[in-house]
Design a protein around this ligand. Structure first.
Ligand code: G3P
Ligand code: CA
Length: 258
């Protein structure tokens, strides 16, 4: 049996501040199969890797990401808040990470890597987020359709509308539908809205483990999030998931025997 792919959730984000270049470089060094990131649009139309709607938790800025320009975000520090980093090696000073920079870093790694990009909704920009994303991916030749591509992109979202719009804008791009609780229509393993991959939480698989087998019967892969503890790794590996999204990719790889 092949082992599941291991994806670094917001980079190696248990060890280093999430969505920073350092966290992603560490994940690459640790041997992660792929990187996960969240994207949002700035006021002036740039895609940046930030999870929250607001800047407050992960930077020294305040207010909504969508209300700031890239230039304004570039003046902020996205590293110093991280408790683990401050305790051990001192604070990491890190600027905002644009998706374009993350793509360049992924390409520069020089080895096969998956890049899971989650579009965050609701967004005041609506489907412009997916339009801008697909445009960028096309510019880098990453919008799918090349089975030999070194970098394989998957676009994921909790928003059915976002998944559907990616499917329309880039029919060859793999898409994932994320959910925290298993929606009734997904219980039979069907991936809705044109998605090719199901993205349940660990909790969803605890309550409905049968979803994995049913998804496989329908030809869909299952990437589960966010898997960080021994019992979580054991559960999802036992169910035969295809991808594990973790804040601790090195740990998960070692638990899987790599
Ligand atoms: O990859 C899916 C997972 O990242 C979804 O949850 O809140 O961490 O973006 P969240
Ligand atoms: Ca995410």
């Amino acid at each position: 049996m092949t082992r599941p792919l291991v994806f670094a959730h917001r980079g190696s984000s248990a060890a280093l501040p999430e969505h920073t270049l350092d966290a992603y470089r560490r994940a690459i060094d640790e041997g992660a199969d792929g990187l996960e990131c969240d994207v949002r649009l700035t006021r002036d139309g740039h895609l940046v890797c930030i999870h929250d709607r607001r800047l407050d938790r992960t930077s020294n800025g305040r207010g909504r990401v969508s209300a700031a320009t890239l230039d304004e975000l570039e003046r902020l520090d996205f590293g110093s808040w991280h408790p683990e980093t401050s305790r051990s090696s001192g604070p990491v000073l890190a600027g905002v990470l644009t998706l374009e920079r993350l793509i360049a870093t992924t390409v520069d790694a020089g080895r096969p890597l998956w890049l899971l990009i989650e579009t965050k909704h609701p967004s005041r920009f609506g489907s412009a987020v997916e339009e801008r994303l697909v445009e960028l991916l096309k510019r880098y030749g990453l919008a799918g359709g090349d089975p030999l591509a070194m970098i394989k992109v998957v676009v994921m979202s909790f928003s059915p509308l976002a998944v559907r719009s990616v499917r329309t804008l880039a029919p060859d791009l793999p898409t994932g539908y994320l959910f925290e609780l298993v929606p009734p229509r997904v219980r039979d393993g069907r991936a809705p809205f044109g998605a090719s991959i199901l993205g349940p939480s660990v909790g969803a698989l605890r309550t409905h483990p049968e979803v994995v087998g049913r998804a496989h019967e329908r030809g869909h892969q299952v990437y589960v999030w966010t898997v960080n503890t021994p019992d979580e790794v054991e559960l999802v590996a036992g169910l035969g998931v295809d991808g594990i999204i973790s804040d601790r990719p090195a740990y998960v790889l070692s638990q899987l025997g790599h």
